[in-house]
Write a protein that binds this ligand. Structure first.
Ligand code: 4AD
Ligand code: MG
Length: 428
């Protein structure tokens, strides 16, 4: 067989021609003198007909679903075929014989997760992974076009960026260390050299809760900017989300439809997004008969109820100091609050982004650490930054799986990543 292979997605341009294909059997059905198989590659599926007399016919009859193969044949238009195209096969060779595939429609979700190394071949997961790849590409494009430098940050640290309750402890050559919750604190050092930074990396949270929104290892796109105000940071977040959503729509409208995403609603995702002070959130929820007191974080149910009031993503701004991390800048207009915002997705898909302006005053940082009961020792270097030409700055972190989950309309965050890590799953 020749070395040139046509991706299945490009067969529409090759009607009447001879082609070589390679892929996996998606479905197969045989009669005495004919085998119908649907071949799958990463670009699509196509129906192939192998008649008695074709080279490899006997193997085609025996091969089970997910066997890999190479074939050559001619491309025919056929309105009865699901994609309007059919391959009449002359020559077929099995590359990897498959045993009986253990997964089928209706398989228990836990089994699908135990066999994740196989279930990623499913249409739903592979389509989601393609969209996720486009999302990451669009984020890189967004930052690079705006003159940001991409940096990489350590995954092993001595610090609890987002508080001690979700830290993964690590034995670092006899010393206690942690898997990082966020690159942010190191990024705050970097802006004094590069001014505008971004980083796309894994973050780790020992989340004890089993929710459809939490992973123990997730990916985050974080940005940090020197000379940046809180409002400028919000504008940048708006532009980034709009750019990503519009890029995905342009490239994947067919796939989004397949996943059941609301395309009309996604088309409207363009800035500005509403800014709702935390104080107003309490009032909105109260009117809905939902109690939440000053200082509380939103539960999933509260997020869902609140999001019913908004068609597009919306910011919750000016949170109470005690509800947020020690590094956030005090709000000069209301000292009980900090200049921060969470960007919430519509339809109860939860928090997409957390961000804030940063405190640059070491006295106030020390006081905040005391408030949050943080030992200042591992943070000495962080405080040191402020002693050498500190500047106003701000930044934010986006959860890649949350964004993917919302855009693709997924029921559970685990389907937004290839191999999910949750409280009860670190295999495969
Ligand atoms: O709101 P978070 O905790 O903010 C930070 O980590 C800041 N240091 C970011 C910054 O300012 N540079 O996390 C950021 C985002 C959340 O908005 C959410 O989308 C996602 O990360 N996230 C999670 N995603 C999946 N599973 C989890 N357990 C997550 N925890 C946070
Ligand atoms: Mg947050």
């Amino acid at each position: 067989m020749k070395n040139e292979y046509t991706p299945i997605g490009e067969l529409g341009k090759k009607v009447g021609e001879k082609v070589n294909l390679r892929g996996w059997i998606y479905r197969t059905r045989s009669s005495k003198d004919m085998t119908f198989l649907v071949l799958r590659d990463s670009t699509g599926t196509v129906q192939c007909i192998v008649k008695e007399g074709a080279k490899g016919f006997d193997d085609a009859q025996k091969a089970l679903r997910e066997s890999s193969l190479m074939l050559s044949g001619t491309v025919h238009e056929d309105p009865r075929a699901p994609t309007g195209i059919e391959i009449r096969v002359n020559d077929l060779e099995i590359v990897g014989w498959a045993e009986t595939f253990p997964l089928k429609e209706g398989t228990n979700p836990e089994v699908l997760l135990d066999k994740r190394h196989l279930s990623i071949r499913s249409r739903k997961i592979s389509t989601t992974l393609k969209i996720r790849s486009t999302i990451l590409g669009a984020i890189h494009e967004f930052f690079r076009e705006r003159g940001f430098y991409e940096v990489q940050s350590p995954s092993i640290t001595k610090m609890a960026c987002e508080g001690g309750s979700t830290l993964f402890k690590l034995d670092y050559f006899g010393e206690e260390a942690y898997l990082t919750q966020s690159w942010q604190l190191h990024a705050e050092a970097g802006i004094h050299a590069l001014e505008k930074l971004y980083c796309i990396a894994p973050a780790f949270r020992a989340e004890k809760s089993r929710t459809r929104m939490h992973l123990a290892e997730y990916w985050t796109a974080e940005a940090e900017l020197a000379w940046c105000t809180h409002e400028e940071s919000l504008k940048l977040q708006e532009d980034m989300i709009s750019h990503v959503v519009q890029t995905v729509l342009k490239k994947h409208s067919k796939e989004l439809q397949e996943l059941g995403a609301d395309i009309k609603k996604l088309e409207k995702v363009k800035g500005p997004f509403k800014r709702v002070p935390y104080r107003e959130v309490l009032e909105i929820l109260k009117k809905d008969g939902i109690r939440m007191k000053w200082g509380d974080d939103l539960t999933g149910l509260q997020e869902k109820a609140l999001s019913k009031h908004f068609q597009k993503p919306f910011f919750i701004t000016n949170w109470p100091k005690e509800a947020k991390a020690f590094y956030m800048l005090e709000n000069p207009k209301d000292k009980r609050t900090v200049l921060c915002a969470d960007l919430e997705a519509p339809d109860g898909f939860g928090e997409l982004i957390g961000g804030s302006a940063r405190e640059t005053d070491n006295k106030r940082l020390m006081a905040n650490m005391k408030l949050h009961k943080i030992d200042p020792k591992p943070y000495e270097w962080y405080l040191d930054i402020r002693k050498f030409g500190s500047v106003p700055h701000a930044g934010f972190g986006l959860g890649i799986e949350r964004l993917t989950m919302w855009i693709c309309n997924l029921d559970h965050i685990r389907d937004a990543i290839e191999f999910p890590r949750t409280i009860n799953r670190v295999y495969p």
